[in-house]
Design a binder for this molecule. Structure first.
Ligand SMILES: [Zn+2]
Length: 274
């Protein structure tokens, strides 16, 4: 069995401030050690439950957060930034299951902390599909599901985990901290968080087959809120995009990968004027 682990940093125990999540920030290196601890715990649990192959995707910012030598020796690392990598085709189809470690809640929810969707929070203020608010976890989860790769374990703060249960009831969720506002949290001790993730990973692998892939079918209406009208001016150049308001853009497709591609393009174009 082959497992793909996506590693983000905002939802890791002990991470609460932007200085910890920004590459080059004063606390970033220490936060990366916390991240790798949780990723390794997930790999250990999965390997103990019979997984044969583990590939870890460094999925935060430019993909330079996980020190290769600190990673579990049985895991391979996929890092760096690539537009193709962001889309996951060529990756997810080859795997039997996915774990999302350290994921944030969706921007806009009252308890969300250090929120981002697939770009820095300074660009994206919200993403909806068919009127339903999305998080980074749901967007990436649908992408894996498109390739028949079920998301079976999700870890992060209590808000992020409960949001994810809304998208996939029955998913293994591990809460490692409680948000106390946008930049404050009450976290488990890293060792306790890792132990819970290890157990959750083992359970998730044992339950594989009972947790179906996340899927979206039919006509998909994407709505994106960006932070500033000038960002919407820039992103509006994508063919087929309609402007719904000063900061809101709309795009329709019946194919989820096309939608994800469009979202990435909108975010990159909007980011040019950030
Ligand atoms: Zn991140």
């Amino acid at each position: 069995m082959r497992l793909l682990i996506f590693a983000d940093i905002e939802g890791v125990a002990g991470v609460a401030r932007p200085e910890q999540t920004e590459v080059g920030g004063a606390e970033h290196e220490a936060a990366c050690r916390l991240l790798v601890g949780e990723v390794n715990a997930a790999a250990e649990g999965a390997l103990a439950a019979g997984v044969q192959e583990v590939v870890v995707v460094d999925a935060h910012a430019d993909g330079l957060n996980l020190p290769p030598e600190a990673l579990h020796p049985r895991a391979e690392l996929l890092n760096g930034r690539s537009f193709r990598l962001g889309l996951a085709p060529g990756i997810a189809p080859a795997f039997d299951a996915a774990f999302f470690i350290g994921y944030p809640a969706s921007p806009g929810s009252a308890e969300a902390m250090l929120t981002s969707v697939s770009s820095p929070a300074r660009v994206l203020q919200g993403v909806r599909i068919n009127g339903e608010s999305q998080s980074r976890g749901s967007l990436d989860g649908y992408l894996c599901g498109y390739y028949d790769c079920p998301l079976v374990l999700f870890t992060g703060d209590a808000t992020a985990v409960s949001e994810m249960h809304r998208f996939r009831v029955g998913l293994e969720g591990v809460v490692v901290k409680e948000s106390l506002g946008p930049c404050a949290a009450r976290s488990l001790h890293p060792e306790v968080a890792r132990e819970r993730i290890r157990s959750g990973a083992r359970r998730a692998v044992e339950r594989l087959g009972t947790i179906p892939p996340l899927r979206l079918e039919g006509q998909l209406e994407l709505e994106v809120d960006v932070a500033h009208p000038a960002m919407a001016d820039s992103a509006e150049r994508v063919p087929g995009v309609r402007r719904l308001g000063p900061c809101t853009l709309r795009w329709v497709s019946d194919d989820y990968v096309e939608l994800y591609r469009c979202l990435s393009a909108l975010v990159d174009l909007a980011g040019l004027v950030a």
